[in-house]
Design a protein around this ligand. Sequence first.
Ligand code: XMP
Length: 489
Amino acid sequence: MKIRSAKGLTFDDVLLVPKRSPIASRRDVDPSTRLTDGLRLNIPILSANMDTVTEAAMAMAMAREGGLGVIHRFMTIEQQVKQVERVKRAEGFVVEAPYQIDPAASLAAAARMMARRGVGGLVVKDDGDKLLGLITKRDVMLAPDVHQRVDEVMTSVDQIVSVGPEVSADEARRILYIHRIEKLPVLTDDGELVGLITAQDLMKPKRYPRAIKDEKGRLRVGAAIGVSAQAMERADALLAAGADVLVLDIAHGHADHCIDMVRALRRAHPDAQIVAGNVASADGARDLAEAGANAIKVGIGPGSICTTRIVTGFGVPQLTAIMDVAEGLRGAGFDIPIIADGGVKTSGDMVKALAAGASSVMIGSLFAGCEEAPGAPVIRDGRKVKVVRGMASLGAAISRKASEEENGEEDESAESQAEWDKVVPEGVEAVVPYRGHVREILYQMVGGLRSGMSYGGAFTIEELQRNAEFIVITPAGVRESHPHDVRRV
Ligand code: XMP
């Protein structure tokens, strides 16, 4: 048995001491950062892989603002792959597998498909990959009879302007402009359809200048996996669908099965970007780094909906956990980034996490109230709220069980039923205020970070870490830090 004499600290226990600053304007600082040792983000923020936080809509919004969304894994492999594909389809200037409809389908069916998929047009193809035509919302709206067949109303291929696979974005823009059209099919010499360029997609870079994108111009997205028997199959499918980062995320990441899984993933996918966690110690981080992780996720129990520390007695206050891991990795010669996961309630907490050695932060509850988080808002006591729940909460376990039943994956063995009867939750369910679009929250968070960097005399996050000097504060200091002795209006 050993006991550490130094106290474990978390965000509210400390403040950063202001430093002489060469920064004249918050605009001069650079909030970009390393996500892994191979990928960068334009802002150091990830949305958590929780089923009340990140599916495709949140991941798209995060990547458009320069951060990253990590799609949770509490769904079938096929469902998670679809989520990744939705993000990948959202913005590349060439949509590689445009939604298609049968020539014999009715206009009503086309309208339904466009509404369901959130697109303004569909390609019409024959049984092979030959393009027959294009049908758009406008065609459907103006047609006199919704029971007409699609091929009676579509613009047929002989009237369509198309381009070859090598077309550049500038060339595509020029062609769309000259012909005053909105959609441009990409065809091989044999007339095989290999993509679709839309005017809307070409305009998006202007709307989201900080978006993070892959080499094909598609938004980047992360996807979570676990260590179950089918985890490797899930990883293969997610990478094939275009996931940029795999996040191997289990509650206790410093476990043999997690280390073995990182090793197996590294062997199977030498070039994949793998984040592994969660850990809260230098040893844990080093073992995962040695196994081949490209970034380490840190946090045992700091999350707003976590009860791990109460239920198990284990955990390390988050600021100390970040500092221990940063020092441990550095000491062992690993130059890989840390993602601080959980407990970030304000932009100030994020600045402290980064200054302590994290390269980015992962956020759950703060984003769960956003429009882009899964689930609809409800009214509670006259206020609009959304639900958030720990992934180890009873509610999440019940939903998982129900979805396994629905998908025919249920384990009906006596052992499994007995296990199920003895679920010990390590998380809670709660409601959070509805917070509108995540973009607004990110604006405030990044504004706070920029200001924090100027107090720290730092143009970059690395400089913030080098300059950081923390001071431990007392409960009186905490009180003084918040608005006090006034009545809030
Ligand atoms: P915040 O504070 O941003 O934290 O809401 C999000 C992180 O909390 C973790 N998480 C859990 N931890 N029991 C836990 O002990 C749970 O049920 C649970 N669910 C999520 C996770 O790391 C997440 O990113």
